[in-house]
Design a protein around this ligand. Structure first.
Ligand SMILES: Nc1nc2c(ncn2[C@@H]2O[C@H](COP(=O)(O)OP(=O)(O)O)[C@@H](O)[C@H]2O)c(=O)[nH]1
Ligand SMILES: [Mg+2]
Length: 213
């Protein structure tokens, strides 16, 4: 990913330095809240580190986990950051125990959400750095292409691999992204555990907000 200058890093720090709170969990599209400000979504396989990344970005431990109570994991969970930004924790895919009917149902909810959400500025698709882009990830990317939602890839858990392997997975992921019309160039590498790449991701997100008046 491109380098961020001090101003961009500062803007990210200021944005996420503000209060963050859980808004609501949505299981049915009729329950979707009106879009307020800029909305961004986090997608990825279950266990890839979506909740951990939201906690790391907001600096609020347990913020995303707080909404992870049973029954909530199949919902779209909405969080507010500094009253300026809405983060959406999307239900994880690739869950081995999910039935075909379940997968189909949540794909329909997801597709409807992605298609009918003009305020959705970008989706970050999280990729486990140990595995790279898998087939189920490709399905998600195809869904985003189809819905014309700009997405950007973020490697997670880079603390679990060697720097050389990280460089290799980054390059491979960039090549995958290039093949998708909805991809935003540049792949982030992160570790919620160590805090690596969090400041840069905050800066990227802050850059999506309209300039301050
Ligand atoms: N080592 C390491 N583990 C992580 C990292 N991010 C998440 N995890 C672990 O991966 C597991 C799944 O994380 P979670 O955020 O719940 O994933 P989700 O299902 O995508 O929301 C948990 O045990 C986390 O502690 C990371 O950056 N490094
Ligand atoms: Mg989660």
């Amino acid at each position: 990913v491109k380098a961020f200058d001090n101003d961009a890093i500062d803007a990210g720090r200021r944005l996420f330095g503000g209060p963050s709170r859980f808004l609501l969990g949505v299981a049915k599209l009729e329950q979707l809240p009106p879009v307020k400000g800029v909305e961004i979504a986090f997608a990825g396989r279950s266990n890839v580190g979506k909740s951990s990344l939201i906690n790391a970005l907001t600096g609020v431990n347990g913020l995303a986990r707080a909404s992870n109570t049973p029954g909530r994991t199949r919902e779209l969970n909405f969080f507010s950051v500094n009253e300026q930004l809405t983060l959406v924790d999307m239900p994880g895919y690739g869950y081995a125990k999910a039935s075909k009917a379940e997968v189909k149902r949540w794909q329909e909810v997801l597709r409807a959400y992605l298609r009918g959400r003009p305020g959705l500025t970008r989706a970050f698709v999280l990729i486990d750095a140990r595995h790279g882009v898998l087939k189920t990830d490709e399905e998600m990317l195809a869904l985003l292409d189809e819905a014309a939602v700009t997405f950007q890839l973020v490697l997670t858990k880079i603390d679990k691999i060697k720097p050389a392997d990280c460089a290799r997975v980054l390059a491979a992921s960039e090549a995958v992204a290039k093949a998708h019309p909805a991809a935003f160039p540049g792949v982030h590498a992160s570790s919620s555990e160590k805090g690596t790449g969090i400041a840069e991701l905050r800066a990227e997100i802050a850059g999506l907000l309209p300039p301050q008046a």
